[in-house]
Write a protein that binds this ligand. Structure first.
Ligand SMILES: *Cc1c(COP(=O)(O)O)cnc(C)c1O
Length: 810
């Protein structure tokens, strides 16, 4: 390989925009077969993307060579979700090619920004968990960590949301429609994955598993360049394919559909991303998906390891595997299976090796979100693994017994006819981490309390973070420019360097420039909203934004109830000096989650009334653009003044939206939940609006909570509930929201009623603060200046140090 120097290829990074332009035109013609005269915007985008991808290849090879040379530990990040968004601009920026790409496209006569916006989002995730995986990929490459992401190449990512008379509609999303130009297909890396069948005992601990079906996991690699393109990692996504394209004998008999059926069933495995609150019908397929990508990834990891090393006991020294939530938790038994059945190790040796490699990130303590599979389903789909899980349970129990500890049924991986993936992941992990300081404490005290007692050194905290390249540098050009002008560029790769802008909070001229950058973003967003939804909004109003998955614990309902209460006050007292506000919502409800869908309808119904009420003079507007995704977040966050982070305390493990907003100079209104706690510590109490019950108070109230008392004592809340119940916002169907209001009156698990008055009051503190623009902008600047710690570079350095024992090269 050495006599062939890849660096001989001309690179646009060293050459000029002209060389890049030639490369783009070359791809247009020779990769996509388009004549210049016939080329559409999309053709130019594909051609530009290929030209940019070309620039990644050489550093990608170089990274691989360095990783082999350095002989260090490799990190494998297994995640059922990667919520990537668009790739073109991100890659261009990281390679330092933005100016050249703009110039090259301009010389062709095409606007670079339009090209960028033409790319569909890769929405291979639901929300924060998937977006975290995407931020981590950027950070691992930016700090030079030898790392691979492994996931599923879904044909259809998260559904496309629309509204029909205010009700959510769902349509299949089609991100692959125009080919995924950044990936490389790796036909040679295909891996067979089995399901079902029977297990024949072998010698010693081993067994022979004869699966009833086999599908092929086909590898597709997307290179992920870090900041400045010095290091390029790989995201390997698996697509399910049949072992044979079709049954020729059936086809020849004239059974054309039957001939294609096995292929269709095989491909089903990577057909769609499951919305997290999935229906029971989807459960078996979901289990198949989890095993599919975990099994393919582990085989790939072992193959790479064995190419370099002969001694399997080295595995924990050379391989760290991170399980992003319990979705890949079948990795424990699968790795043991590979070592015992295919490499001839004893069960105990395999157990020790596997548990030296695996680590587990917990993302939620909500019981309904901790995965459990029925024993029978698991045995049906993975007959070899169910036996291994039983042995894992026994081994864990005997290890504990040897230390004089008895264990309860609560910590078993199998109990009451169920396989508990949380316990399985914990037992098999070298390290378990929570995703914020508060969440990690709750992990130790609640769901995993007993396991933590048994293994007191296992649980560590790694507070989430977000990549500053996408979530500040790329998405907020006006603020980026101001920061570069003021403090230079170190913050892009060392976000805590933003501290240097803190002193400028007291500089009136800087405040004016900071405010102007925000206004710029708000004006652009106002135009977008006017185009998209026909609602005119005032760019000088306060932009009050809540964007995240629709879920009861995130309490979008609390926000809209407060909005109605504010509306009522404004109507009662129209002459008062009300702060003009635009309430913005964005988020999708899982298709089977009726309550969340009803909340969307309520928000849209309230919007219809408020937005057409002339008596308010436009001082209150509600907008809910459909189809919230990464690209929409990139538009909304830089334009936000107020960030809504109002979950019931103890329920949001961390949040990352909260970090993106603070970084972009929005002030937070929020509960002491998840990473809000750490944001408050850093930005200071005078620069954040904290309200409501804290975790301890929620827990203390839980046993005897009676929402009726709170409603009784809150005239405002009483009025709002009465209006909703009598159809003030749904005259065509006055009973429409009874399910919501009845739930609030009689159950209210998420304690909206308890927090309502405190939230209303906090919003009035926000109004008062807005009236002093200099003080507001000062707080906004301090939010940006003090959010540097929330870089995912910092998070990844923490994982590398505390969990993986791996060394970043930068
Ligand atoms: C950051 C992000 C999230 C996570 O938001 P939270 O407010 O932390 O729940 C979800 N979806 C998208 C598209 C994001 O960019």
């Amino acid at each position: 390989m050495d006599d062939f120097s890849i660096t001989d290829f001309a690179s646009a990074r060293t050459a000029g925009a002209d060389a890049l332009r030639k490369r783009i035109e070359h791809h247009l013609v020779f990769s996509f077969g388009k004549d210049r005269n016939a080329a559409q915007l999309t053709d130019w985008r594909l051609a530009l993307s290929r030209a940019i991808r070309d620039e990644v290849v050489v550093p990608w090879f170089e990274t691989t060579r360095r990783v082999y040379r350095q002989d260090g530990k490799r990190v494998y990040y297994l995640s059922l979700e990667f919520l990537i968004g668009r790739l073109l601009h991100d890659a261009t920026v990281n390679l330092g090619l933005e100016d050249k790409a703009r110039a090259a496209m301009e010389s062709i006569g095409i606007d670079y920004d339009r090209v960028v916006l033409d790319e569909p989002d890769a929405a291979l995730g639901n929300g924060g968990l998937g977006r975290l995986a995407a931020c981590f990929m950027d950070s691992m490459a930016s700090i030079g960590l030898p790392a691979y992401g492994y996931g599923i190449r879904y044909d259809h990512g998260l559904f496309r949301q629309g509204f029909d008379h205010g009700w959510q509609t769902e349509e299949a999303e089609d991100w692959l429609a125009q080919s995924h130009v950044f990936e490389f297909e790796r036909a040679e890396a295909a891996i067979p994955v089995g399901y079902g069948g029977e297990v024949v005992p072998g010698s010693g601990d081993s067994a022979r598993w004869n699966p009833a079906e086999t599908v092929i996991a086909a590898a597709y690699d997307t290179p992920i360049p870090g900041w400045q393109g010095k290091w390029v990692n790989t995201l390997r996504l698996w697509a399910a394919q049949p072992t044979r394209a079709f049954e020729l004998s059936a086809f020849n008999r004239g059974e054309h559909v039957a001939a294609a059926t096995p292929a269709i069933l095989a491909r089903t495995i990577s057909r769609v991303l499951y919305p997290d609150d999935s229906t029971p019908q989807g459960r078996e397929l979901r289990l198949r998906q989890e095993y599919f990508f975990t099994a393919a990834s582990l085989r790939d990891i072992l193959r790479r390891f064995e190419k370099q090393y002969g001694d399997l006991s080295l595995l924990p020294h050379k391989v760290a595997i991170q399980l992003n939530d319990t979705h890949p938790a079948i990795a424990g038994p699968e790795l043991i299976r590979l070592l015992v059945d295919e490499r001839g190790l004893s069960f105990d040796a395999a157990y020790d090796i596997a548990s030296g490699c695996l680590n587990y990130t917990n993302h939620t303590l909500m019981p309904e979100a901790l995965e459990r599979w029925s024993y029978d389903l698991m045995r049906h789909v993975l007959p070899r693994h169910i036996g291994l899980i039983e042995r894992i349970d026994e081994r864990h129990a005997s290890d504990c017994a040897a230390k004089g500890r008895t264990i309860s049924a609560d910590v078993r991986a199998i109990d009451h006819g169920e396989v508990r993936m949380g316990n399985l992941a914990f037992i098999m992990a070298r390290r378990v981490n929570g995703v914020s300081a508060l969440h990690t404490e709750l992990v130790k005290q609640t769901v995993f309390g007993e396991l933590n007692d048994l293994h007191p050194d296992r649980v560590v905290n790694e507070t989430n973070g977000v990549t500053p390249r996408r979530w500040l540098y790329s998405c907020n050009p006006p603020l980026r420019t101001l920061l570069l002008d003021t403090i230079g560029d170190r913050w892009i790769s060392d976000l805590e360097a933003l501290e240097a802008v803190a002193p400028y909070a007291d500089d009136a001229a800087f405040r004016e420039r900071f405010a102007a950058a925000k206004r710029d973003n708000k004006r652009r967003l106002s135009d977008f909203i006017a185009r998209r939804s026909g609602v005119a909004i005032d760019p000088d109003a306060m932009f009050d934004v809540q964007i995240k998955r629709l879920h009861e614990y995130k309490r979008q309902l609390l926000n809209i109830l407060e909005t109605v209460a504010l509306y009522n006050e404004m109507k009662r007292n129209p002459a008062a000096d009300w702060t003009p506000r635009v309430k913005m919502f964005g988020g999708k409800a899982a298709p089977g989650y009726q309550m969340a869908k009803l909340i969307i309808k309520l928000i849209n119904d309230v919007a219809a009334v408020v937005n057409t009420d002339e008596s308010l003079d436009g001082r209150l507007r509600i907008v809910f653009p459909a189809n919230y995704n990464v690209s929409m977040a990139e538009r909304l966050i830089p334009a936000a003044n107020l960030s809504e982070q109002i979950s019931t305390a103890g329920m949001e493990a961390s949040g990352t939206g909260n970090m993106k907003f603070a970084l972009n100079g929005a002030l937070t209104i929020g509960t002491l939940d998840g990473a809000n706690v750490e944001i408050a510590e850093r930005v200071g109490p005078e620069n954040i609006f904290i309200f409501g019950l804290n975790t301890g108070e929620v827990a203390a109230l839980r046993g005897h909570y009676n929402p009726g008392e709170f409603i009784e004592n809150s005239p405002r809340l009483r009025e709002v509930l009465g209006q909703i119940e009598t159809g003030a916002f749904s005259p065509d169907d006055p009973g429409r929201f009874h399910q919501l209001t009845d739930n609030l009156r009689h159950q209210d698990w998420f304690m909206l009623c308890a927090d309502f008055d405190a939230y209303f009051d906090a919003q009035r503190r926000v109004d008062a603060a807005w009236k002093d623009p200099a003080a507001w902008v000062r707080s906004a600047i301090l939010n940006t200046a003090r959010s540097g710690w929330f870089s995912s570079d910092r998070t990844i350095r923490g994982y590398a140090r505390d969990i993986w024992g791996a060394d970043p090269s930068a």
